[in-house]
Design a protein around this ligand. Structure first.
Ligand SMILES: Nc1nc2c(ncn2[C@@H]2O[C@H](COP(=O)(O)OP(=O)(O)OP(=O)(O)O)[C@@H](O)[C@H]2O)c(=O)[nH]1
Ligand SMILES: C[C@H](OP(=O)(O)O)C(=O)O
Length: 215
């Protein structure tokens, strides 16, 4: 079945939690690279992509809606327009696959939700989007379960390493370098000289080639 994926995207000064390793221009390019990875999987899954952007943006394979209000207000504006099932999927799920997305949209429940690490929400599939409202930030996973209960929705909580890995902090880049073979986001990190390092305690970290660093 054919569904619309709504992808919130902030093209200007995104991913500020990565400022310790990427400057603004690099964060913008990195956010675009992750978006490409997400759009490729969304399209491969059979869904269409609509970007809900904070600023004007162009993409050959996606519709664009520019909404300057906050993330939740923008999503809730969009959900109110839907007369059919809707998928909300974040633009920083660099590892997501088409198969993961199909798992979500094939749910037999009223809603399928993917938690992000640390209490967030990485994706929500809603069969009746008009009843629901988004409440991202904070422990949004718990908030979304509460809102689903208020709507009397049956809920499928999807356990997926790839979809639960949103890329927010420097440590998250490790996952792209390890699991992101063939991904635009991994190519981009490698082009900046970002690579894996095992620290003195045996933990995997990322390091950036000092010669290529422009911070
Ligand atoms: N439409 C819209 N999308 C947003 C907004 N803020 C963030 N996003 C998108 O929502 C998703 C999750 O956002 P975050 O993980 O907080 O990303 P971010 O705001 O770029 O990162 P930080 O500055 O590190 O918090 C990503 O797909 C962002 O591109 C917003 O105000 N409006
Ligand atoms: C938008 C927010 O993302 P995070 O700050 O967890 O990346 C959330 O998932 O509620």
């Amino acid at each position: 079945m054919y569904f619309h994926a709504l992808i919130p995207f902030k093209p200007v000064n995104p991913k500020t939690r990565l400022s310790c390793i990427l400057n603004q221009e690099e964060r913008e390019a990195f956010a675009r690279a992750m978006l490409e990875d997400v759009i490729a999987s969304v399209l491969k899954s059979g869904c269409s992509a609509t970007l809900l952007c904070t600023h004007p943006f162009k993409h050959d394979d996606a519709l664009i809606a520019v909404r300057k209000e906050s993330l939740n207000e923008a999503i809730n504006w969009a959900l109110a327009q839907f007369h059919c099932p809707a998928l909300i999927i974040m633009a920083d799920l660099a590892l997501v696959t088409a198969g993961d997305i199909q798992r979500l949209i094939r749910t037999e429940k009223d809603m399928a939700i993917v938690p992000g690490r640390g209490g967030g929400t990485n994706a929500i599939f809603l069969k009746k989007p008009k009843c629901f409202h988004a409440d991202f930030y904070g422990a949004s996973f718990l908030d979304h379960l509460r809102i689903a209960a208020e709507c009397n929705f049956s809920v499928d909580v999807i356990d997926s390493f790839r979809m639960s890995t949103d890329i927010d902090e420097k440590e998250d880049l490790v996952e792209i370098l390890i699991h992101g073979k063939g991904r635009k986001s991994r190519e981009f990190l490698e082009s900046l000289g970002i690579s894996l390092l095992i620290d003195e305690k045996g933990r995997v970290r990322v390091e950036r080639d000092a010669h290529k660093e422009t911070l």
